[in-house]
Design a binder for this molecule. Structure first.
Ligand code: BGC
Length: 714
């Protein structure tokens, strides 16, 4: 009788959602009171490779998860990693997050999040495993392409609208990998040592923004260790920082197989353990019960070695996430593979492409001319939505650069030659080169489309790259092509910086990332001049590996000694290092050219003297001084003059992207809170604001500052 009454109450509760927090808590408590110990424990671990159970007896649905973060991954088998071979799981492949970051356009990030959330919803996924916001520390990290670059401010600004977009669909974002997962080599065990200051100033801000401003409903614990504890069950990271200091009310999900100990997992903040069954002999749902937050957890609660309240807290969080997703009967139904999603994918791709160099206006190429274009390089035809690890996609379509260019350059004769190969094929590399040289000789223009790819050891999960230079002898090939035809431009595909020993010899370079379904169209948009490039680098390109701070400090700094790694670069990551130590990068953070020119002038701050509670209101005039419509990203960096503590010369504190027609001008404003100039003071374990003079740098990259002005904080 009581059970029936409770059930009735339960259904009344879930049919009357969207009440105040108190009522929500009351509902969650009511459901919780209906659950047996066993049911509660079952909700804390996987039941299949990508789902965790609901409570069938009460009609509480399962939670289904999917990678992330560039599209909804194809269906995977119940208890192994093979693809299930469905035919209804083709999706739109969106550009990689490095590309999204390179747009410097938070509005586009929201459109990206909304669209991918719609696809997740249509595919009946409740949790999207993404976005990723680990900081780009070394160009060798095999997974940088899934993240948002080297700057914590940029990543923070870009991650929030993505999360909001996803979650408007009643699908939870799962921000990953919390925290310090900055390399793939030894990722399952490497023990990161980093100062509290670098942790708080560099590695945590984007996660904090995801929690406090993005209000993400879930977060994924990283594989690696930090100060001797695995991040998926970490007292300091999860219990103290995430759940206490940041008041996170969502669910912590382990990275797949990232859980190592029942008691630690139970007590140190993990809510759902995901990963393959440890018990490999039982290919059924019970197999997952043998995992750490399964039957051994149940035993510890039963024997009261672990307080039931610990379990209840996890289940409360899971139920709260369900209220926001599966139990929200009003959530939208989702959409997939529609033209709007293709449009968003193309716009992000086009806006993210970065024009690194453009001597003598090599780009754009006129599509109306009868040009012979030699298109050389494997990346002109290679699929970039497959490979790379868990972010691999089963794209509904993928336009290659060759296809995209052929479609747009109908008057041109495009002759393709692979030039090199990444496959272990029986193609003779010498013949590939000689064919490419022959084609280059005949052409008016040579476009070399190379770079990295998603093969293991390149931009791919579970391994790091071995070197900064381009693989497969591409440097040599570019040199040979240039000798026979100096009218050559390079189109780089990839998610990481590479060295460019040929940079002075080629006329132009485009950095095009992994662009997803619309790759070839977006590249053609830029090369033809249909779109004017406006992407900016979300990370620095060092000239050589040792110019990067993680590498400068030797092996213990990167990759570590096999057990431990010490982040000796501390807060001087990326451009902070290049600027402070005056080590000129090949291309600076924030750099990106346009087919038009801009002038930033009349830069003024609203005051000269500020107090801690003030904001700097910085105004400037932006003029499009060239002959075509375009967009510029004005960037504001701030540094402390004569600081008492070690600091970076300057740090990004604000930016704005503005579109302007040729000849037009506008006055813009960027607002910066004075409190955001604080540093993390280890002596008080808190943020601290130094008074005195600060220098404000305004420009269009960390290496190109139009104007400096000083302000004072009293
Ligand atoms: C990756 C995660 C991913 C998970 C599920 C792990 O290996 O690190 O990012 O979400 O697998 O595929």
């Amino acid at each position: 009788m009581i059970n029936k009454l409770n059930l009735l109450l339960f259904f009344i509760f879930i049919n009357s959602l969207s009440f105040s927090q108190e009522i929500k808590d009351f509902k969650i408590d009511s459901i919780l009171s209906l659950l047996t110990l066993k049911e509660k424990v079952s909700m804390c671990h996987a039941q299949s490779q990508f789902s965790s159970p609901g409570v069938p007896r009460l009609g509480i649905p399962e939670l289904w998860m999917s990678d992330g973060p560039h599209g909804i991954r194809a269906e995977i088998n119940w208890s192994n990693w093979d693809y299930s071979g469905w035919t209804n799981d083709y999706i739109t492949a969106f550009p990689a997050l490095t590309c999204l970051a390179a747009t410097f356009n938070p509005f586009l990030s929201n459109q990206y999040g909304t669209s991918i959330g719609e696809e997740a919803r249509y595919r009946k996924k409740d949790i999207l495993l993404g976005p990723g916001v680990n900081i780009y520390r070394t160009p060798l990290n095999g997974r940088n392409f899934e993240y948002m670059g080297e700057d914590p401010y940029l990543a923070s600004i870009m991650v929030v609208p993505y999360i909001k977009g996803v979650q408007t669909n009643g699908v939870a974002a799962c921000v990953k990998h919390f925290a310090l997962n900055n390399q793939e080599l030894w990722r399952n065990h490497i023990n990161v040592q980093v100062s509290d200051r670098a942790l708080n100033e560099i590695y945590l801000p984007a996660f904090k923004a995801a929690v406090k401003l993005g209000e993400t409903w879930s977060i994924m614990g990283a594989y690696n260790q930090f100060r001797g504890q695995h991040c998926s069950h970490h007292e300091l990271l999860l219990n103290k920082i995430l759940k206490t200091d940041w008041n996170f009310d969502g669910v912590v999900i382990s990275d797949w197989g990232g859980t190592h100990n029942t008691k630690e997992a139970a007590l140190n903040g993990l809510d759902i353990e995901m990963g393959s069954p440890i018990d490999t002999k039982t290919p059924t749902r019970q197999a997952f019960d043998a995992n750490f937050l399964g039957s051994s957890f149940l035993e510890l609660v039963k024997s009261r070695e672990i307080d039931e309240r610990v379990l209840d807290d996890k289940v409360r969080r899971i139920l709260c996430l369900m209220m926001r997703t599966t139990l929200d009967l009003g959530r939208p139904l989702g959409k997939i593979n529609n033209v709007e999603h293709s449009h968003v994918a193309r716009q992000v791709a086009t806006e993210g492409i970065v024009l690194l160099k453009n001597r003598a206006n090599f780009f754009p190429l006129n599509p109306d001319k009868k040009l012979t274009i030699a298109l050389i390089g494997e990346n002109a035809i290679k699929s970039m939505t497959t490979g790379g690890g868990s972010s691999e996609l089963k794209a509904n379509y993928e336009v290659s650069p060759l296809e995209g260019l052929k479609k747009r350059f109908k008057n041109a004769s495009i002759i393709f030659s692979k030039g090199y190969t990444s496959e272990n094929s029986d193609q003779d590399p010498k013949l590939l080169i000689s064919d490419a040289i022959e084609k280059a000789t005949q052409a008016d223009v040579v476009l070399f489309v190379g770079g990295l790819n998603k093969n293991r050891g390149q931009d791919c999960e579970a391994e790091d790259r071995k070197e900064l230079k381009l693989p497969y002898n591409q440097d040599y090939l570019i040199g040979e092509l240039q000798k026979v035809n100096p009218n050559i431009g390079v189109v780089l595909v990839g998610g990481n910086a590479v060295s460019m020993p040929w940079i002075l010899k080629v006329k132009a370079v485009l950095q095009t990332w992994y662009l997803g379904s619309e790759a070839g169209n977006a590249i053609a948009d830029i090369i033809s001049g249909d779109s004017n490039p406006s992407g900016k680098l979300p990370f620095s390109f060092p000239v050589k590996l040792n110019d990067n701070s993680a590498h400068f400090f030797g092996e213990l700094s990167y990759p570590g000694d096999g057990e431990t790694q010490i982040y000796k670069d501390d807060i001087l990551v990326g451009y902070r290092w290049h600027d402070t130590k005056n080590i000129k990068p090949l291309f600076s953070f924030g750099h990106g050219l346009s087919y038009t020119t801009f002038e930033i002038s009349e830069i003024k701050s609203n005051k000269k003297f500020y107090t801690a509670s003030d904001s700097i209101i910085l105004s400037y005039k932006l003029t499009n001084t060239g002959r075509r419509e375009g967009a510029e990203v004005v960037q504001v960096y701030i540094g402390k003059s004569n600081s008492k503590i070690p600091r970076a010369l300057k740090e990004l504190k604000g930016f704005k992207k503005t579109h302007l027609a040729a000849g037009n001008q506008t006055t813009e404003i960027i607002t910066i809170n004075i409190s955001d100039l604080s540093f993390y003071d280890e002596s008080i374990s808190n943020w601290n604001l130094e008074l005195g003079d600060y220098m404000v740098y305004v420009g269009n990259s960390s290496g190109s500052i139009s104007k400096m002005t000083s302000i004072n904080i009293k």
